[in-house]
Write a protein that binds this ligand. Structure first.
Ligand SMILES: *[C@@H]1O[C@H](CO)[C@@H](O)[C@H](O)[C@H]1NC(C)=O
Ligand SMILES: *[C@@H]1O[C@H](CO)[C@@H](O)[C@H](O)[C@H]1NC(C)=O
Ligand SMILES: *[C@@H]1O[C@H](CO)[C@@H](O)[C@H](O)[C@H]1NC(C)=O
Length: 805
């Protein structure tokens, strides 16, 4: 109790005492907490006691029950004074009236007076809370209007001085209700005015004040700590509603695609989030994995852009109490150039004929690439050096087109390599080889290896002998390149060529069909055709020239003097002839040519060897000296004519010369010849000539015999029909000094019997019958040939010459 209020209380105490005189008892009323020594009342006066006798009577105050001596008596003045602190709360606590009972004891005589001291309350205690702070836990889910009891505040004072009310610090959520209990005690309760949100504020601090009704008023405060307890009132929230990621295809397993995060504003278990796929179609389910705790999406399968180019999945985030929210995950797969282009051959004309014109389409090609965009842009190319190109057609189609003329004979097969490259990075390519063969067209005629052929054959060859062979090549295929040889129809000297030559159709070997006679013709030409077997066939021609070379098979033929027997010719030589005068001339011809027909003349026997000479090559007989009277009138010369062949052939003739000026003097010439027979020289000559002639005749007979026996072999009969020339040499014989070329007119007739298919026996008319004047030709009928043939006499002149000798 403060002393500032003491004086006031004392004043009141005195007024109170004056009105309570109790018989034997006195009552006083005092405020508590008076200072020691403070006057309560004058007890001597109030009890009517004798002041002077107080000390004698040992006046004293006794407490009834307790030992504490609250009051005392001043024996001199009779005042009752406060001796110990009087605390109402200590003495009476909450009792509404607090009376301190004391007794005044007097001795001599013993006298006992009761003193009742009524202690009155003063506001000396503040309201007080039991704890320093109040802790309250409230679920955030608590609804508006919920009440939460608060602890009471205590105040030692009573009545008005006790707790009269509470007040709450201003705040957003709570209000205070103050209720009164039975007994008038007041208590407060919190009233939830606005709902709590732990996530917004998880602790609220309030200050509660209790106040009493004293004057001056006292108060006490307590801090209320309101902890807001979590309720699972928040769903997990994804950081984005749609997650987009782009992922290259072929990403390896465990590649992290992205991480999703969802947050839950709740606390503890309520915020533990589990991620998962929601309604994933089966085919996607094993492609990605989702970590249930971290939210990481990883590759778990094969990512193939060509199969699936984008994935869309629902992702759920669930907290432990089952609140779920969803987000969409879109994974776009990006293309990687992992597919090479594929070349498909859609059609192919195989084989392609070699005569197709440039620009012909032979095939169609399609190119595909399963990638996308640039990775599927494909360029096609074709290898160099083939006569083909690719022409782009509609969308990924290409035509394979020829660029030039094909020639199977040059290139018969093509391996065309087509390469397709895409525009990816790095680019991929693939290639395909198209085998194309070129079909043959019969476009090449057979070609002879030589422009012309010449062959040389000596006359009198064997029929059937091989002359030469021709070869033609045809590069075409099979029958288009198969060459067949044949003779082109034609005539040689009026006879069909087939009677001269035959050609082997397969080998091209040319055979003589008959024996050739140089004296008939020296050369001829035939045309050989080579034809292939194509349809239509192609052919070409070549000229084959056959040159017949001479053999010395004709002996010189003496035209003049005429053969003996037919005429008896004698040259007259004038007696006055001087040396060197021309007396006669031997004229001889040889059907052979060249050296074989180069004739030389020799006098082999003469009556007077010194008188005549003969020109070695001219055959001119001249006198060597002047004729004298002594010379015999009859002169006989035997002249030999030899050709220059190897071996040489010869003929002889006799020439009769008469040295006379008058034909009447001419004697019998036969005698002259007889006379000469004894000459020794003549004997040698006869022997030589007979042996040569015999040999020759035997030869001729053998040939004729062979000819008779083998009638089916080709035979050639020939009788030169010689005109008696007006000049010395007949024009139809070879010119000895000439160029060796054929002279204009051979005149011959021939029988031919060939072994050929066409005819057995042919009469061939004169080749040159129109070119010679009729009067120069001794024509012979076929029957004449038969006569000659029958006589077996091929060389009558020679025989006659021999017989003459
Ligand atoms: C084409 O290819 C085939 C098979 O590989 C081969 O036998 C042939 O010789 C080739 N042809 C050409 C002309 O290269
Ligand atoms: C020969 O050529 C013709 C066209 O000239 C052709 O039709 C035929 O097929 C060819 N024969 C062969 C075997 O190639
Ligand atoms: C071959 O010769 C014949 C006859 O002379 C002629 O008709 C033909 O056209 C010739 N053929 C060729 C390919 O020259």
């Amino acid at each position: 109790m403060g002393y500032s209020t003491f004086a006031l209380h004392c004043g009141l105490a005195f007024i109170f005492l004056a009105f309570h005189p109790v018989n034997g008892d006195v009552s006083y009323s005092i405020p508590e907490e008076m200072k020691r020594g403070s006057l309560i009342g004058n007890i001597a006066k109030d009890l009517g006691l004798d002041l002077g006798r107080l000390s004698a009577r040992k006046a004293r105050i006794d407490a009834e029950d307790n030992n504490v001596q609250y009051c005392g008596v001043n024996l001199n003045t009779g005042n009752l004074i406060v001796q110990e602190r009087i605390d109402r709360e200590g003495l009476c606590a909450k009792k509404a009236s607090c009376v301190l009972k004391q007794e005044l004891v007097l001795e001599n005589p013993l006298e006992l007076h009761r003193i009742n001291i009524r202690v009155q309350d003063i506001n000396d205690n503040s309201p007080q809370f039991k704890e320093e702070s109040l802790k309250i836990e409230i679920q955030e889910s608590a609804v508006k209007g919920a009440r939460f009891l608060l602890g009471e505040a205590h105040d030692g004072d009573i009545g008005e001085n006790a707790v009269q009310g509470y007040s709450l610090q201003q705040n957003d959520h709570f209000k205070l209700n103050v209720n009164t209990k039975g007994g008038g005690r007041k208590y407060g309760e919190l009233f939830l005015d606005k709902e709590l949100d732990r996530e917004e504020k998880n602790e609220i601090v309030l200050l509660l004040t209790a106040f009493d009704g004293g004057s001056p008023q006292r108060s006490g405060t307590v801090v209320i700590r309101v902890t807001v307890l979590d309720a699972n009132d928040n769903v997990p929230v994804f950081s984005q509603s749609v997650y987009k990621a782009s992922l290259p295809e072929n990403s390896p397993l465990d590649t992290i695609v992205l991480s999703m995060t969802a947050t839950d504003a709740d606390d503890g278990l309520n915020s533990e989030i589990t991620y998962g796929f929601d309604h994933v179609s089966d085919e996607n389910s094993d492609v990605f994995s989702l970590h249930p705790k971290t939210g990481e999406v990883r590759v778990a399968g094969i990512i193939d852009y060509e199969k699936v180019s984008s994935y869309e999945m629902q992702i759920s985030a669930k907290d432990s109490l089952g609140l779920v929210s969803y987000a969409t995950l879109i994974i776009e797969v990006t293309d990687i150039n992992d597919n090479a282009p594929v070349i498909h051959l859609k059609s192919l004309s195989n084989p392609v004929p070699e005569n197709v014109s440039p620009g012909t389409e032979v095939g169609i090609i399609n190119v595909q690439d399963r990638d996308s965009e640039n990775n599927r842009q494909v360029r096609c190319s074709i290898q160099q050096g083939v006569p083909f190109k690719l022409v782009p057609s509609i969308k990924n189609y290409y035509s394979l087109v020829t660029t030039g003329q094909l020639d199977r004979e040059l290139v018969s097969d093509y391996n065309i390599t087509i390469t397709a490259t895409d525009e990816g990075s790095p680019p991929l390519s693939s290639s395909k080889t198209v085998q194309l063969s070129v079909a043959d067209i019969n476009d090449n005629p057979p070609v002879f290896e030589e422009q012309s052929y010449s062959t040389y054959v000596t006359e009198n060859n064997k029929p059937g002998s091989t002359l030469c062979s021709v070869t033609a090549r045809d590069p075409d295929w099979r029958q288009n390149g198969t060459v067949i040889y044949s003779l082109l129809p034609g005539e040689v000297n009026g006879a069909p060529v087939s009677s001269y030559l035959s050609v082997n159709g397969d080998t091209g070997v040319i055979h003589a069909v008959r024996s050739f006679d140089y004296e008939q013709f020296r050369s001829f030409k035939v045309h050989v055709m080579a034809r292939d077997n194509g349809s239509p066939p192609l052919s070409s021609n070549v000229t084959v020239s056959v040159f017949i070379s001479d053999v010395n098979d004709n002996s010189p033929q003496i035209l003049y003097p005429a053969p003996e027997g037919n005429s008896f010719m004698t040259e007259l030589i004038p007696k006055a002839a001087h040396g060197g005068s021309l007396v006669s001339k031997v004229i001889a011809v040889d059907a052979d040519s060249g050296q074989n027909a180069w004739l030389s003349y020799h006098i082999v026997k003469s009556t007077d060897p010194g008188l005549f000479t003969i020109g070695l090559h001219s055959g001119e007989i001249r006198t060597q000296r002047d004729i004298s009277e002594s010379d015999s009138m009859k002169q006989n010369l035997i002249v030999s004519v030899k050709d220059n062949g190897q071996p040489s052939l010869s003929a002889t003739c006799s020439m009769y010369l008469l040295i006379s000026d008058n034909l009447a003097e001419v004697p019998e010439l036969k005698d002259i010849s007889y006379d000469e027979k004894n000459s020794k020289l003549t004997s040698y000559l006869i022997i030589a000539l007979v042996s040569v002639s015999t040999f020759f005749l035997t030869f001729i007979i053998i040939i004729l015999g062979v000819r008779f026996c083998r009638r089916r072999k080709p035979r050639l009969l020939f009788d030169g029909a010689v005109a008696i020339p007006s000049a010395y040499l007949p024009p139809n014989y070879a010119d000895v000094d000439g160029t060796g070329t054929l002279r204009s007119a051979y005149n011959y007739d021939a029988y031919l019997t060939t072994g050929s298919r066409t005819s057995d026996f042919k009469f061939v008319t004169s080749y040159n019958e129109n070119t010679l004047p009729a009067d120069q030709t001794l024509r012979k009928s076929p029957s004449d040939f038969a006569d000659v043939f029958g006589d077996c006499d091929a060389s009558p002149e020679l025989e006659k010459a021999v017989s003459r000798v």
